[in-house]
Design a protein around this ligand. Structure first.
Ligand code: PMP
Length: 366
């Protein structure tokens, strides 16, 4: 045993409200086929790797100085990308960036949630929303989706009008269920919300639906659209999330962000990666086609996959999802038990990885 090993969590003066909670914990197991955290299975192309390396090498000479605190050049690049992909003209003042969209979401709750305030989400959804709420001492108001995991937006608007949460999370496409919501259907919810509505579009590039960014001009004091380079951009290791909102929202987040939160290396690497967006995003169509192939194959095996607009599929039924998850691992395939009874979630991988997953699917206990 090492020094201080005798002290346990129970011995520490931890905040009462954090006692007994579990950290976010997608297992990071060393198995041949990893389809559990919705990453892009295609590594960055060599040109991108070279460009990132050159960009990092160039800025490394200035590492003795703090980076641009406002990451203006990166935000401009992100604004350019989002303007082209959504058709809504955005400036760098509409964009904010952080270390993954998790940090974006945390900053949003630091500024607009917190003690005495409530955040509402439609479950099952992204498990970090309630965890970030807990960390910022924002009361979490879970609201169920329909049995088929779709969102009844009329009912959602009604609940939001009644509960008056300070922040509402809408995940589209929704993780872990995969369905997305057309922006037009968010209208009633946005009108009903007294505070902020965060549309978490981490998987937007995989979706056939337009982005909620097109609603920004109509709801500038309410709407925040959160995005990430972790999925479609194949940049999960680079940790870069961002949002689009009114410039005033960006001003609000400046009050809670840590100074220089985005390192010189992160900013340079992300800008280099964005220069290769076309090449990286070419994988999106491939993955969407593979998703359809996997869904068809699962149907053929007698499973019921939930319709997905993202790079993952929730499927079942399993009598004992935990036991089946273990059997996949034993077959060298790591997928995700997201805690929904009778269901597991698989990330779409390369064709070879998907074949391995489908082969294992024939073996698992149902
Ligand atoms: N939102 C959703 C819906 C997600 O699924 C994820 C990643 N699992 C994130 C946000 C956060 O991703 P990142 O911090 O890598 O941007």
């Amino acid at each position: 045993t090492g020094p201080a090993d005798e002290v346990t969590l129970a011995d520490l003066p931890l905040r009462e409200d954090l006692r007994g909670r579990s950290p976010y914990g997608a297992p990071q197991l060393d198995v041949p086929v990893r389809l559990n955290t919705n990453e892009n299975p295609y590594p960055p192309p060599p040109e991108l790797v070279d460009d990132v390396t050159a960009a990092v090498r160039e800025v490394a000479a200035g590492l003795h100085r703090y980076p641009d605190r406002d990451a203006v050049a990166l935000r401009q690049d992100l604004a350019d990308y989002l303007s082209v992909s959504t058709g809504v003209l955005l400036s760098e003042r509409n964009l904010w960036a952080a270390n993954g969209s998790n940090e974006i979401l945390q900053q949003i709750l630091q500024a607009f949630g917190g003690p005495g305030r409530t955040a509402l989400g439609f479950e099952p959804s992204y498990s970090m929303h309630p965890i970030i709420a807990a960390g910022t001492r924002t009361e979490w108001a879970p609201t169920p989706r329909r049995e088929d995991f779709t969102l009844d937006t009329a009912r959602a608007a009604q609940i939001v009008a009644e509960r008056k949460p300070d922040v509402v999370f809408v995940t589209s496409p929704n993780n872990p269920t995969g369905g997305s919501i057309p922006p037009a259907e968010l209208d009633s919810l946005l009108r009903a919300a007294p505070g902020i509505v965060v549309v978490d579009e981490a998987y937007a590039e995989f979706s056939s639906q337009p982005s909620a960014v097109e609603l920004l001009s109509e709801y500038p004091a309410k709407l925040i659209v959160s995005r990430t380079m972790s999925k479609a951009f194949a940049f999960a290791g680079g940790r870069l999330g961002y949002l689009a909102a009114a410039p005033a929202v960006v001003d609000a987040l400046q009050l809670v962000r840590l100074p220089y939160h985005l390192s010189l290396l992160t900013q340079a690497a992300a800008r280099a990666a964005l220069r290769h967006a076309d090449a990286t995003l070419a994988s999106v169509a491939k993955l969407a086609a593979e998703r359809e192939r996997v869904v068809e194959a699962l149907l053929g095996l007698g499973f019921s996959p939930v319709p997905s607009d993202a790079n993952f599929v929730l499927f079942g039924p399993f009598a004992d999802a935990k036991a089946s998850w273990r059997s996949y691992v034993d077959n060298g395939v790591l997928i995700r038990d997201v805690g929904i009874a009778g269901h597991l979630r698989v990330t779409i991988g390369t064709p070879e990885e998907n074949d391995a997953f489908l082969a294992a699917s024939k073996e698992v206990p149902r």
